[in-house]
Design a protein around this ligand. Sequence first.
Ligand code: HEM
Length: 186
Amino acid sequence: MKGVIFTEFLDMVDEAFSPEMTEQIIEQSDLPSGGAYTAVGTYDHAEIVALATNLSKATGTPVPELTKIFGRHLLGRFATLYPNFFEDVPDVLTFLELVDGFIHVEVRKLYPDAALPRIETERAGDDGLIVTYRSDRHLGDVAEGLIQGAIDYFGVGASIQRQDVDSQGEGQCARFTVRLTAQQAA
Ligand code: HEM
């Protein structure tokens, strides 16, 4: 997993909790990397699981909830780090349609070793989009948080309905129906 995910996770813990909390969970997680991440490095996915598990223990907040909060925070950070992915994008549904065929394609050029999920989209009427997440990294909660973060970014009212789909042993599959609320629909 790319270092940018780790540096952003630890920054979120610094801000949302405290720098002492960040130090504590790094120590408790007994990380092969020692917790010294650079944005362009690549680290074992197990390290973020250990960090999230220890943050959950220390805060009493369940891991899935923390993971969604992180995804939501991460999207806001992506908007600062990669503004070109947001320029000229008219609305949140169009943005979500661009993830698989454009944004993650560009991410792959920046980080050839990136481990990216498949994000399929399908329009559901004028005001809805079905976003299907598939990955063997089981980060559907991050995806949900990222989608919520995109809704925040575009400043619209929208609901997310999640359905976990049986992937028949092939990683995780989660389907999110994003629907703009009535007054926001085009
Ligand atoms: C500007 C927007 C975005 C950028 C720059 C971006 C970039 C990235 C990067 C750098 C990674 C890490 C790859 C690795 O660790 O090897 C990643 C993974 C991921 N992305 Fe995106 N992403 C964006 C939007 C989204 C959105 C909107 C979704 C959800 C619909 C999404 C879903 C995911 C998930 C769930 C992963 C974790 C890997 C996995 O589950 O297999 N991304 N993305």
